[in-house]
Design a protein around this ligand. Sequence first.
Ligand code: MIG
Length: 793
Amino acid sequence: MFEDSSFAIHPNKLGKSMDSRYHDIGEILSFEQQGHVYIITCKNGFMKIVFYQNDIVRIVMNPLVEPSLKSSVAVIEQPKKISVKLQQLKDRIILTSTKLSLELFKTPCRLTIRDETGEVLLTEGSKGIGTKATSEVVCYKVMTEDDHFYGFGEKTGYLNKRGEKMVMWNTDVYAPHNPETDPLYQSIPFFMAVRNGSAYGIFFDNTFKTTFDFKTETDLYSFSANGGQLDYYVFSGPSPKDVVRQYTHLTGRMPLPPKWALGYHQSKYSYMSESEVRELIHNFIEKDIPVDAIYLDIHYMDEYRVFTFDQHSFPNPQQLIADLKSKGIHLIPIVDPGVKKDPSYNIYKDGILKNHFCKYLEGDIYIDEVWPGESAFPDFSKTETQKWWADNHTFYTDLGIEGIWNDMNEPAVFNNTKTMDLEVIHDNDGDIRTHAELHNLYGLLMGMSTYNGLVEQLQGKRPFLLTRAGYSGIQRYAAVWTGDNRSFWEHLEMSLPMCMNLGISGVAFCGPDVGGFAHDCNGQLLTRWIQVGAFTPFFRNHNALDTNSQEPWAFGAKYESIIRKYIQLRYRWLPHLYTLFSECSRTGIPVMRPLVLEYPGDKHVWNLSDQFMIGENVIIAPILRPDTFHRVVYLPDGEWINYWTDQVLIGDKHLLIEADLETLPIFIKKGAIIAQGASKQSTMVAETDMQIHIYPDENVASSYTLYDDDGTTFNYMYGQYFEKKITCMYSGDTLNISVENIISTYKPSWKQWKLIVHLANENTKLFINKKQIPNENIIFHHESHTIEVTVDQ
Ligand code: MIG
């Protein structure tokens, strides 16, 4: 409106580009050591360096004052006392641990980190650390031709993020998730760089809006934040798996979920009534399709008031939940953070009276629109509010509920900015912060409150929590689904790299809405998606209002029978999947992984986005396009076995593979040992058919440790579990197998197990723990070239 006046050249307009110039931190003026903290004063800022352990170092820069070493809630580890060698040279300072050395050049201040062999992991060039606008901290690092980047949590696009610019700002995006759609619901400001088979990682622990830029400059990448300190951790690897272990050591790992959370889950926005839910269950059982959980979306509530049931459509939730449980099925209600503004509603009233809602500094409660209309939002940054919210969940747990679904916790608000006013403040236990600073933590803090409440209320049973929003560390509390995708083939394809990168980012328990949330699904797409879902860590079919139904039987008998087969396959693979989940809960190494995690030196996998691995020796190469019955599959060096035919394929090759609608291409590496069980109506049915499949590799020893426990309690944490180690060696026609029960403080339901040896012939001599198994105890299957022996537990 003032375009004709000087207002057109208002300094704010020009200022933007001026302010985005980079201001370097300048030269180092002084260096001192205080205990395990190194303090560096530069011309334009201050730094602190702390070793957390030999392979993790933290670097914090504050442009204005001496940096604070308070970390975000993502970090659960304290620095260990390790011995660091300090060398002060004329032009630089060198700090060396047993795993890395950090060189700090003085004029200007520039950092180089080397691994234990002296190889440069990361280094800085024409730019290092500094500021952009007055409140923007930024860090540049050199990007070489050979660097490939993974992690970053939940992002669209391909696996390798080289060439991308990504923002972390938890956002509710209903619009189609395109390659350019960024940010989404989760903020995981962590990545790893892989170069010539080795890796390092960086976790930028800044909860403001952050940006990771691998696009703007050709030989530098950067990460920056809209406020706060430049606070980051370097993980020195050297392998990609080491980086995942180091990152999840710092930010925590997934507790082992209850087994039922690994089954097939059915959801819809919304199953409207008790009778609809009962009919749904009836269909699953009638049709012999396994199912472990049913979700109730927002319509179960009384006008979207959380912690209520609508009395007309759900008159007796307690009975419903009990009836479902008797069939081995869990009911999971949605819980959003918005609390309806209604003085007669106990949660709202209580929250107001006890001061639990987010406010402006001046004292007004922040009220805005979500499903229930005008609503208030709990301030999860306050310990007391966390406890209050957690305690409210007795409403659900008293009814027998053991799982909760958190949605809209970015938080999503129906206004132009899609979220809370950035000027709203969070109490943060007295250390007040703006929403601009804590926005990305809202979902994590809600998850923490909910999970902790459920743990307390379920008295020893493992809860299940599903969340849409989160920050680094969310894996300690919740599984993550990737939000409002669509029934597009492109979204099936996109879900693979998205989940693989989430896995690298510590969030191993993840999956997309199978079948697609918005838009209309069809039989072929659902079939192909279920095939993939059978192997993603989280396996839930969910579907939006006013779109085609997409329950397993929705598209007729032909598709239903294939879908049944794959949901049953999921249940047959559960003993192996559960073993991998257990490994993940101890090491952070994801169940579903990109090939680059196993073969980081192989250039064919650096951006391989349409295949994934389950554990270290199974490749899943799904069909991701309509009317397509073949595809290219890359098999790394070694020999691979077609799971369906036992045909042996030579790797280090791209192969053209046929896959009719019934076939999900699965390849097993020679030497692999894999546990399988029976298909069952739900995971609550005890296992009776434990099978150990061996794919022997000539003259190469291999081993497998099967894990099992009661699947429902935390007793495994106190040593009650079962581990059976199976080692095999195949040479000549002799297969030597040794079996050792490492821990049997938990007794599995199966008393005997079957050993199934693939690629065998009638002359194969079998020894178990050095005793030859007599021929009459061996069943030889001619068609499949397998031999089968039954063994006692
Ligand atoms: O703005 O609760 O992503 O899974 O069905 C829509 C209704 C709110 C978004 C979730 C979706 C859920 C839907 N919710």
